[in-house]
Design a protein around this ligand. Structure first.
Ligand SMILES: *[C@@H]1O[C@H](CO)[C@@H](O)[C@H](O)[C@H]1NC(C)=O
Ligand SMILES: *[C@@H]1O[C@H](CO)[C@@H](O)[C@H](O)[C@H]1NC(C)=O
Ligand SMILES: *[C@@H]1O[C@H](CO)[C@@H](O)[C@H](O)[C@H]1NC(C)=O
Length: 738
């Protein structure tokens, strides 16, 4: 009996906290959809059995190498120009691309390395368009004919969805290699030898260049029944009736359980002991909120649902909408909204996460839309291309909103504050405009998260209170002439400037500048060119007071933001970062208890994350730290550089191409420790992170059966040992009396 308990203890000790995805989980809990996009030109390298595909990526050319026998994507290369035309030369050992200025560039045909050839007087003949002179197309078949006799040599069958031939090579004797596209964005390859099909494959290129996305939670059947029962209980006016209802429904459940186990208590007990392994992983995923669909809209107007666990396509359809700007899922209504640039929109209802059904369509008839964002449940803030802005209500209970809402909007020239009016129009309340050669390069409103703690406990058991006023936004203004970067913090209700700081280290406006606003802090990144080129990451933390234990706000009082609020006190620290940061996001968890992490997409296509405790404005040099300071939670001395830790690169060795319009997002799961991170753009990538370790997840080696058996064993042992303990006690008493 002691053995199992020892085993249990040791296994508990061995499961140390895991704070990053390690090798065993790499490529299992994360996935990527690698795309090529619509094929512009296909070159064949028969010697190496390669197809070289040119496509568009961020208005430049992407060169993809595809294995001709299997259709696998071998590697992709992003060029820094747009190729207008291409030619395969020297029997496929090299290919030549022509840019829009008529300049030629040569590359190696199997590795894609640029070749240093003198290309001034080059004889260029495009090989992009397939030679179809001796090919006849009839309905559902393609015939290769003899040039002289006009007789059919052999033929290949084509499907109904056939669109056009993209690539074709034949020797007019018996071999044919053909790649055609279909209307549902598939590229199908067939290879015929002596008129017989030798091999075939297809690549699905329907999901890429994503313009909008949303997440759907799969319904948990158990929770649904419970919530139905609870709402039924609430309908009773008499508490005893409600109690009777609950007793009856619980009794029915017990009866069902007994019946399922053929009225055998032993069976129920054994089931209880090992039920963890019996529940299928799908059910657990639903319970833990890991079962979600990522619904994406592509630039072609296609809407598809991807399983967040593995990236598999669940359903897909053509919406017929052009340039979808917004997808929004409503869990209450079980429907999602797709909104297109031309003002037309559609509601699709989704039952049990199955194929959506079109419920309603409509249009705004107000001209083209620039951007659209959700304000409240079914209210949207719309900016038209004409510059007009309006609040619209869509959906079932589209009604006049009675609540006045403050809306903050920005463009590159200024920040504007509005208040909504009854008819959906907006009244300008304040505005901030920037100078002639200045530009707003980044903007972020404070995220609305649940507040878990009001302050930070310091090492000497005093508290530093966080500044938690919700109506805040920060933005970055760049002076394009001087390279000065100004960072401002404003109150979004009154437009009051609360704090400003600036950097005169010649900021590079050509590289990304990001800003993020968390609970009581904001962080921004920029690339400075003086004194030496460096990526900088700055954090600004807002406190009620920098004096410990001093609280300015009063939680029992109501504040009117229109009458002004007290200003925050600021701590700020600047760090160097070894890589150029392209995008940033804050990790989201269900209750916000887990330490926040800052997720960073780097210029090299990798995604990593760092804990907010590392990116802290309260870090001081070790020599300045008192003994009390060192007792603080996660007290780390200040070091000017935040290093990149390989364990925190969540993309591993993947090569990611997400493009300029990608979105880096983080969404919560039902497990407080775990957050899902997705980068959605040209490619799609998703993974899970646990910034504070997986504190709410049992290790797979945790054996409930053994634990229960040990407890039962110990109870039995106590039962047998008790009489002998009592007897020895008695003997001792007798001895004492002697
Ligand atoms: C292409 O795929 C085939 C079949 O899977 C494989 O045998 C071959 O080695 C691959 N070629 C390359 C260059 O990867
Ligand atoms: C909103 O209310 C105003 C005035 O109360 C009314 O004129 C207008 O028609 C209403 N709009 C809608 C969409 O109900
Ligand atoms: C506690 O520590 C903070 C910061 O280290 C300091 O400002 C404060 O005075 C200390 N309070 C006490 C009571 O020692």
């Amino acid at each position: 009996m002691i053995l199992p308990s020892l085993f249990f203890l040791s296994s508990l000790l061995l499961t140390n906290i895991v704070s990053a995805i390690y090798v065993e989980e790499a490529f299992i809990s994360d996935w990527q959809l690698e795309s090529i996009g619509p094929y512009e030109c296909i070159l064949g390298n028969a010697d190496h059995e390669l197809l070289i595909v040119l496509s568009d990526y961020d208005s430049k050319t992407l060169v993809s190498f595809v294995n001709e026998t299997s259709g696998d994507l071998l590697f992709r290369q992003q060029l820094d120009f747009k190729a207008e035309d291409a030619m395969m030369a020297n029997d496929g050992s090299q290919y030549v691309l022509k840019d829009s200025f008529g300049k030629f560039f040569a590359f190696d045909g199997s590795s894609g390395f640029p070749l240093q050839d003198n290309m001034t007087n080059y004889q260029f003949a495009s090989t992009c368009t397939p030679d179809l002179s001796n090919v006849r197309m009839t309905e559902n078949s393609l015939k290769v004919i003899d040039g002289e006799s006009q007789l059919e040599l052999f033929h290949a069958d084509l499907p109904d969805s056939f669109r056009s031939i993209e690539f074709l090579k034949t020797d007019y004797i018996g071999t044919l290699r053909v790649l055609y596209s279909t209307t549902d964005a598939k590229y199908v390859f067939h290879s015929f030898v002596n008129g017989e099909l030798q091999y075939e494959w297809y690549r699905d290129e329907s999901i890429n260049n994503i313009t909008a996305h949303t997440f759907i939670d799969l319904p948990d059947a158990v929770l649904e029944t419970i919530s139905q029962e609870l709402s039924a209980e609430r309908k009773f006016s008499n508490i005893w009736e409600a109690y009777l209802f609950r007793a009856v429904s619980d009794w029915t459940r017990i009866k069902k359980l007994l019946k399922e186990n053929h009225y055998s208590p032993g069976k129920i007990l054994t089931k209880l002991m090992k039920f963890d392994s019996n529940i299928s992983s799908d059910k657990l995923d639903v319970k833990f909120g890991l079962a979600k669909y990522l619904v994406v809209a592509t630039s072609q107007g296609r809407i598809a649902a991807l399983d967040l666990k593995n990236g598999n396509e669940v359903w897909k359809f053509d919406s017929g909408l052009q340039e979808i700007l917004l997808l929004e899922w409503s869990a209450e209504e079980k429907e999602f909204l797709a909104f297109a640039k031309d003002g037309s929109y559609s509601f699709y209802s989704v039952n049990n996460a199955s194929q959506p059904v079109l419920r309603e369509t409509g249009s705004l008839y107000d001209g083209k839309i620039n951007s659209l964002s959700q304000l409240n449940f079914n209210e949207y803030f719309v900016k038209f291309e004409t510059g007009h802005k309006r609040i619209i209500s869509l959906g079932n209970d589209a009604s006049n909103s009675t609540v006045k809402t403050f809306v903050t909007d920005h463009d590159s020239n200024g920040v504007h504050g509005y208040i909504t009016e009854e008819d959906g129009n907006l009244k300008n309340t304040w505005q901030i405009t920037v100078e002639q050669d200045e530009e707003i390069v980044a903007f972020s409103g404070r995220e609305s998260t649940s507040v878990v703690t009001l302050g930070h406990a310091l090492g000497n058991r005093t508290v530093l209170y966080k500044y938690l006023y919700p109506n805040l936004a920060s933005y970055a203004v760049l002076n394009v002439n001087t390279g000065y970067l100004y960072i401002n913090l404003i109150d979004t209700v009154s437009g009051e400037l609360l704090h400003t700081q600036f950097h005169d280290d010649k900021v590079d406006g050509g590289l990304p500048i990001n800003i993020l606003f968390g609970e009581y802090w904001f962080s921004y990144s920029y690339f400075s060119t003086e004194p030496i080129p460096e990526q900088k990451l700055v954090v600004v933390e807002l406190y009620e007071s920098l004096e410990a234990n001093q609280r300015v706000s009063n939680s029992s009082a109501n504040y009117n933001p229109l009458q002004g609020v007290h200003k925050p006190q600021i701590l700020s620290k600047s760090y160097f970062f070894p890589e150029v940061i392209r995008r940033m996001a804050i990790s989201a968890t269900k209750f916000g208890i887990t330490s926040k992490a800052i997720i960073l997409e780097l210029e090299n296509g990798q995604i990593t994350y760092i804990s907010k405790d590392i990116l802290s404005a309260r870090r001081v040099a070790e020599s300045e730290m008192t003994n009390d300071d060192k007792k603080q939670f996660m007290a780390i001395p200040y070091v000017s550089t935040i290093p990149i830790n390989d364990h925190f690169i969540i993309t591993h060795s993947r090569s990611m191409l997400v493009g300029n319009n990608a979105q880096l997002v983080s969404i919560p799961t039902n497990l407080e420790s775990t957050s899902i991170v997705c980068d959605i753009g040209f490619d799609v990538f998703c993974s899970k992170i646990s910034p504070s370790g997986q504190f709410d997840i049992m290790s797979p080696s945790f054996e409930k059966g053994k634990l229960l058996a040990t407890i039962i064993g110990l109870v039995v042992l106590c039962y047998f040992l008790r009489p002998s303990v009592e007897a020895s006690k008695l003997k001792k008493l007798w001895l004492a009396r002697d």
